[in-house]
Design a protein around this ligand. Structure first.
Ligand code: PFF
Length: 452
């Protein structure tokens, strides 16, 4: 690969990759999406299946994506083109990075709207609107936001503006430093909030809901939801981790780095559940409420807390930054490609992509406005995008990427990348990917589709 096509910055410290990848993984998926998906899929059974999915599907596929990124050190599209020029793989495999990029693009369209909600709540927190919030006023506040298209549009635009400005700079600059600061504060804040929520809420019911296993709650639908959630939460199958792998120092063991990222991601998701469910059960909020769950229950914590306005401000600010460090990785694939292939300035490429995402985001935010805005399969545009990405594009993208890495890229090429001291570690990962992750993803996805 000619040097000019390589990415400019190689992250010198191994920890920089870990922080950047955790920044991509930890975001609204952990704090907004995980609790409501857990609520909709029966609690404890989902959590166990989810952990298995992280271990047997998420981690191996994440390692595959990072390894491929580091092998060629270019953006995903050019990497596949390069490998096909070298006759290592067929040119048709270029569909994989394109699919990944399109998935990231579509996810960002609704992600930005939800991040806009976080900005709206940050604004409410700072202006003192959350003081003394009760359950009824928290629900009314959320409904009010959904009814106010202009406000949603404004925050969606602000968030996309921030994404464009950040991606427009090189991601190697500053990202890891921000996450290094953000992650510990986020974890400490969530621990404190979880403890408080357990004191004022219904801890026993929350714990039994989240951690009690029940066979009758397991179905292929639940398993497919867990696979989709695991891939979404780890930012796998969208080229985001591929891009970060390309920046990763050669000194770092991919297995070690990826295991840490998965652990951090799971920790934050479980903490978010421990914050939300004690309240959900004590206030009789419907666990199946869906996307509103986090935004209706969180303000109640702050509303009743001494100094709640300050803590709410800190929390929603952290949430916005966490969303930002995830969102920038969704645009990275196309921006890096436009920059490296066509020498387009990063800011210009980010602006181009950002405007396109912004338009799709407008359709998403309009879909929250009307109860009757169903457009297909009895789903509104947001639900359609969410389900299309989680149940179709993410699993299909991850399956194709894994097949490409496991069966078509020469094992020797990958083995050099893995940097494990013991050859058995490489074989363990390679065989898990080939014989467990790929078959499991294929069976679960097909069974989920046909509704077994
Ligand atoms: N993993 C992010 C989260 O949990 O919020 C979401 C995400 C980031 C999805 C990056 C896709 C992606 F490319």
């Amino acid at each position: 690969m000619p040097e000019s096509r390589c990415l400019q910055g190689i992250w010198s410290s191994p920890w920089i990759f870990i922080f950047a990848a955790s920044g991509s993984a930890v975001g609204l998926g952990n704090i907004w999406k995980f609790p409501y998906v857990l609520g909709q899929n029966g609690g404890g059974a989902f959590l166990v299946v989810y952990c298995l999915c992280l271990l047997l599907v998420g981690l191996p596929v994440l390692m595959a994506e990072v390894a491929l990124g580091r092998t060629v050190r270019s953006n995903p599209i050019d990497t596949v083109n390069d490998l096909s020029e070298r006759r290592i793989i067929h040119p048709a495999w270029v569909c994989v990075p394109w699919l990944a990029g399109i998935t990231g693009f579509l996810i960002l369209a609704f992600y930005s709207v939800i991040a806009g909600w976080s900005l709206a709540y940050l604004n409410r927190a700072l202006s003192g609107d959350l003081i003394g919030v009760s359950q009824a006023s928290a629900s009314a506040m959320f409904e009010g936001l959904l009814d106010n298209r202009t406000e949603m549009l404004m925050w969606h635009s602000v968030f996309m503006g921030l994404v464009v400005l950040t991606v427009g700079q090189s991601v190697t600059r500053g990202l890891s430093a921000v996450v290094r600061l953000l992650l510990p504060i986020l974890v400490i804040t969530l621990v404190a909030m979880a403890l408080y929520s357990m004191v004022i809420g219904n801890m026993s019911e929350a714990l039994s809901f989240m951690f009690r296993w029940s066979w009758k709650d397991v179905s292929f639908d639940v398993i497919l939801a867990a696979v989709g959630m695991a891939l979404f939460s780890l930012s796998v199958g969208m080229g985001a981790m591929f891009a970060y792998g390309a920046y990763m120092s050669k000194r770092m063991s991919i297995a070690r780095a990826c295991t840490i990222v998965v652990g951090v991601d799971l920790l934050v998701a479980i903490l978010a559940g421990l914050v939300i469910f004690p309240l959900v059960f004590s206030l009789d909020i419907d666990v199946q409420a869906g996307p509103s769950l986090t935004f209706v229950s969180l303000p109640i914590i702050f509303g009743n807390l001494l100094g709640g306005q300050f803590f709410a401000g800190v929390f929603f600010a952290l949430l916005v930054v966490a969303a930002l460090t995830s969102a920038i990785s969704m645009l990275e694939l196309f921006v890096a490609w436009l920059h490296e292939k066509f020498y387009m300035a990063r800011l210009k490429a980010a602006l181009l992509m950002g405007i396109a995402v912004w338009f799709v985001g407008i359709a998403v935010l309009l879909s929250f406005h009307h109860e009757d805005s169903k457009i297909l399969f009895d789903l509104n545009f947001f639900e359609l995008l969410d389900q299309l990405t989680s149940f179709v594009l993410l699993p299909v993208g991850a399956i194709l990427l894994s097949v490409l890495v496991a069966w078509f890229i020469p094992g020797s090429m990958l083995q050099n990348e893995m940097i494990t001291k013991q050859a058995s570690h490489f074989q363990w990962w390679y065989n898990t990917l080939k014989y467990i992750s790929i078959p499991a993803m294929v069976v679960i996805t097909l069974a989920g589709w046909i509704g077994v």
